[in-house]
Write a protein that binds this ligand. Structure first.
Ligand SMILES: Cc1ncc(COP(=O)(O)O)c(C=O)c1O
Length: 462
């Protein structure tokens, strides 16, 4: 028997768990079960998501930055609906696509500096691959510098510049010539730039997955100047920070940085269609791919397809017309201050940081062995690695607020709602965080509470 679309739309939570565990990833299901995190969501609009029992949740995770416009944005559906009615060619690579050409034009108008020429991809990691390849082809140099704690994706090239050993180690050897420098450290960057011919320095304006780490003020601008001094290209990865998230359309604009290459993805597809864009200056693009002989060196079957580019055009237009970065700046600083005040009253909170609507709450590392006493070892491993996730589990199950931990730093819970979020929704989340954290003032209390939730979910079975 093969499942039909109608059956999928009706499928219940235990059937999804069973199938996912059997055919996709059993470990992932076990982890979610441990934290009672696997709801069956049936509908989503804007910041709100409904489960199969009709409960409403606030999505303050926002698909790791892919939902700047919220769930199911009407503007983006309208663009796709127009395409459904007109039936344009979606994939016909022998011809230049109108939608790809227009989206590239629009991106060139709104991105900083002289960024102009676009290569379209289907994900963030693929966008980073395009940027890395372009930097080598354009400069003829081999070395690529990246930062400790960075996250640029998990395919081979992007993984080679992702600063977390846990993700890199099982896949060694990775791409040669990739070297790590400390994030925010200009002296270390300059000494590496001096030491050898470096093709590119790839950097996030704020490290999202690294635990929402904000570099010292002026770092990005000074890094740009150093790169130019040594003939190295600056690749700014705005895959998570871009499209309004941090209070400007692109985070590097806070310091007036003009990258040689920029990576954009996530919210460019309006949360409905996968798309990424690697945009470079004309000079860099020409050096890499100029001329008949080189113009087909880097290609993609689905890159630049009409549906994805129409979604991109509509999503960009909606973000720009509604000036969503302004809401991100205003409600972001309101939420940051609210969380800082809560954190100051809760010893389990080490730091609250962020910019715009990209905010991280860092917890103190749990004391090893502590949870063993509470749970007879049951969730010791989870607590050791996933304290951010445990708090997120509490918010989900007790307060119907969706958040998550950051990939490179599981002690950090991230808050990254759609940029359409309202002050009232922010207030509800602040109250929920306050209740989860301040009622259990110490990590000890938090651990007991989350352990109880986890135990309950385990004994629920299925
Ligand atoms: C800064 C940054 N770059 C690249 C990526 C990889 O994107 P994707 O998961 O679409 O491959 C991510 C994903 O979180 C990211 O945050």
């Amino acid at each position: 028997m093969l499942f039909s679309v109608d059956q999928v739309l009706e499928m219940d939570r235990s059937e999804i768990r069973r199938l996912y565990s059997e055919y996709v990833n059993p470990g992932f299901i076990s982890l979610l079960k441990l934290l009672d995190f696997d709801k069956r969501f049936v509908k989503a609009e804007g910041v709100e998501v409904w489960d199969q029992d009709g409960n409403v949740y606030l999505d303050f995770l926002g698909a790791f930055g892919a939902l700047n416009l919220g769930h199911n944005p009407p503007e983006v559906w309208a663009a796709l609906e127009k395409a459904r009615v007109c039936h344009p060619t979606n994939l016909l690579q022998a011809l230049p696509g109108a939608a790809a050409a227009a989206l590239a034009h629009n991106l060139a108008q709104v991105t900083p500096g002289e960024l102009k020429r676009c290569f379209f991809t289907n994900s963030g990691t693929e966008t980073v691959e395009a940027a890395l390849k372009m930097s080598r082809a354009a400069t003829g140099r081999g070395t690529i510098l990246y930062c400790e704690g960075s996250f640029h994706g998990k395919t081979f090239g992007s993984l080679s510049v992702t600063g977390r050993e846990k993700y890199q180690k099982p896949f060694a050897p990775l791409l040669p010539g990739c070297e790590k420098v400390p994030y925010g450290d200009l002296a270390a960057l300059e000494s590496r730039l001096q030491a050898s011919e470096v093709a590119a320095f790839i950097v996030e304006p704020i490290q999202g997955e690294g635990g929402v780490r904000v570099p010292p003020e002026g770092y990005l601008k000074a890094a740009e100047e150093l790169c130019h001094k040594y003939g190295t290209l600056l690749i700014v990865d705005e895959i998570q920070t871009g499209l309004g998230r941090t209070g400007r359309l692109f985070a590097c604009e806070h310091e007036g940085v003009r990258p040689d290459i920029m990576c954009i993805s996530k919210s460019l597809g309006g949360g409905l269609v996968p798309i990424g864009a690697c945009i470079a200056t004309e000079k860099v693009w020409n050096a890499a791919y100029g001329g008949l002989d080189r113009c087909m060196l880097h290609t993609s079957t689905f890159g630049g397809n009409t549906l994805a580019c129409l979604a991109g055009i509509a999503a960009l237009e909606a973000i720009v017309q509604r000036r969503l970065w302004e809401n991100a700046a205003e409600l972001g600083s309101y939420m940051l201050n609210g969380l800082k005040a809560i954190g100051a009253r809760c010893p389990a909170v080490k730091e609250v940081r962020g910019r715009g609507l990209l905010i991280g709450v860092e917890f103190d590392q749990p004391v090893k062995g502590l949870l063993d006493k509470v749970t007879a070892g049951m969730i010791n491993k989870a607590a050791d690695e996933y304290i951010g996730a445990m708090v997120a589990g509490e918010l989900l199950n007790r307060h119907h607020v969706i958040t998550a931990y950051t990939l490179n730093n599981p002690n950090v819970m991230r808050l990254e709602p759609p940029l359409t979020v309202t002050r009232e929704q922010v207030n509800r989340v602040l109250q929920a965080v306050e209740e989860v954290l301040s009622q259990r003032k110490s990590f000890w209390g938090l651990a007991v509470s989350t352990a109880k939730t986890a135990a309950a979910s385990l004994f629920k079975g299925a």
